[in-house]
Ligand binder design. Structure first.
Ligand SMILES: O=C(O)C1=C[C@@H](OP(=O)(O)O)[C@@H](O)[C@H](O)C1
Ligand SMILES: C=C(OP(=O)(O)O)C(=O)O
Length: 423
């Protein structure tokens, strides 16, 4: 078995005992923008080295913020330096959807571009809705780069929330800065826990949003971002930790995961429901989570519509369980870093696993183990990490292409695994 292109060989075994979850990139990106828009300086603990977070850090400095590092903590002084008009969000969907409405607050002509997989993700939503909000928008055939000119106006708007919650989060961050009050009606909202974390970060910065059951939001204009008096500490990331939670269920010995908040409102804490569905147990000790696997894992049915990032690693879990597991919410996966449902079907087929696609659903016919083989990650971090965990189920491990794609969310991921360098 020889790799065809730059690949990493991975064969996780069941000796990993304890890992530490990275901090949340979703919260990190939001708080960086909040700090850049604030009236005074902010202290933040837990900015991680992921590409998505580092690109926002770079953007806010390009928008004028000054960053002072003191060991693990940063101080952000808003609007100190120069303002640049061409910004790159790297591969971050959230970075795009937050930065477009936010920069419009500066009433200049901005170009926002990205790299890699982000250039395949459609952005026509901006063209549909931003013009009525006072902005001139130009896209490259519905894709990045986007040019945005003018100043966002508050008002009464109705938008579609079905493509991504990130557009709604962007407007919720930008509309409070407008002169006018706003009512934002959202049809078909998805990934709603991500809207909750936006509103929670805004609340910490003194911005108030009235959420009427995700159907509409009342937003007063002329609000001011006021940093919390204490350091804002970014909690551990359930999206990255989900890989280890699945590992703990599939390995004989379970696992201990540090740096997670048992009361988190992150979307991907929903994975703990799956732990129960398959017969596993959890034990919390402060911010440390222990996963205790059952003797025999039970097939599960789960709706991942509100927590789409769990999908790839839940497919790995289903592969390790004998019987049919069903995961709903594939529609949400098409425009992520890869077309995740299609990629999961194709790549797991290489390892002998049958997955059937239905209407917004994948049915996974797990056998408890997988063949070894070569996997194309499609440069998608969640696919690469899900297959790394799935390598536990193979006799001789897996080759995974473009392993560095994990840097998007979890740069230390490979270090946390046991990597056999020689097959
Ligand atoms: O707001 C966020 O931080 C995110 C929202 C989700 O996207 P969608 O709203 O497009 O599902 C999620 O998939 C993404 O990784 C992060
Ligand atoms: C989809 C993701 O992120 P984003 O949309 O922000 O690029 C992800 O992290 O899985």
């Amino acid at each position: 078995m020889k790799p065809r292109r730059l690949s990493k060989f991975i064969h996780i075994n069941d000796t990993i005992q304890t890992v530490k979850a990275p901090t949340s990139k979703s919260i990190g990106q939001r708080v960086l923008f909040a700090a850049a828009l604030a009236n005074t300086s902010s202290k933040i603990l837990g900015i991680n080295q992921s590409d998505d977070v580092q690109n926002i850090l770079k953007i806010i400095t390009q928008l004028g913020a000054e960053i002072i590092w003191e060991n693990e903590q940063i101080t952000i002084l808003p609007k100190k330096g120069k303002i640049a008009y061409e910004l790159s969000v790297g591969e971050s969907g959230l970075g795009t959807r937050l930065s477009v409405p936010i920069v419009s607050h500066f009433n200049k002509n901005y170009t926002i571009t990205g790299t890699g997989t982000l250039l395949n993700r459609p952005m026509h939503w901006f063209k549909k809705y931003l013009p009525e909000m006072g902005l001139k928008v130009q896209l490259n055939n519905n894709y990045l780069p986007i040019q945005v000119e003018g100043k966002l106006k508050g008002g009464n708007y109705t938008v579609d929330g079905n493509l991504s919650s990130q557009y709604i989060s962007g407007l919720l961050m930008a509309l409070p800065l407008c002169a006018e009050d706003s009512v934002l009606q959202v049809e078909n909202a998805v990934s709603t826990p991500y809207i909750d974390i936006t509103i929670a970060v805004l609340a910490k910065y003194g911005i108030s949003i009235q959420n009427n059951d995700y159907l509409s939001y009342h937003i007063k204009g002329k609000q001011t971002y006021t940093p919390p008096l204490n350091t804002f500490t970014i909690e551990g990331d359930f999206s990255g930790a989900a890989c280890w939670i699945v590992y703990g269920l599939l390995s004989k010995n379970g696992i201990t995961i540090e740096n997670l908040n048992p009361n988190s409102t992150q979307a991907d804490i929903a994975i703990l429901k799956v732990v129960h569905l398959v017969g596993g147990k959890i034990k919390w000790e402060n911010n440390t989570l222990k996963i205790i696997p059952p003797e025999v894992l039970k097939p599960f049915e789960f709706n991942a519509e509100n927590c789409p990032d769990l999908f790839p690693v839940l497919a790995s879990l289903a592969a390790g369980i004998q019987g049919k597991s069903t995961i709903f919410g594939t529609e949400r996966l098409r425009y992520k870093e890869s077309d995740r449902a299609t990629v999961l079907i194709e790549e797991f087929a290489k390892l002998g696993l049958t997955i059937k696609a239905g209407d917004n659903v994948l049915k996974i016919y797990g056998e408890g183990n997988l063949n070894s083989g070569q996997i194309n990650s499609h440069k998608d971090h969640r696919i690469a990490m899900a297959f790394a965990i799935a390598s536990l189920l193979t006799p001789h491990g897996l080759y995974i292409t473009d392993p560095e794609c994990v840097n998007k969310s979890y740069p230390n991921f490979w270090e946390a695994t046991i990597v056999n360098l020689k097959p």
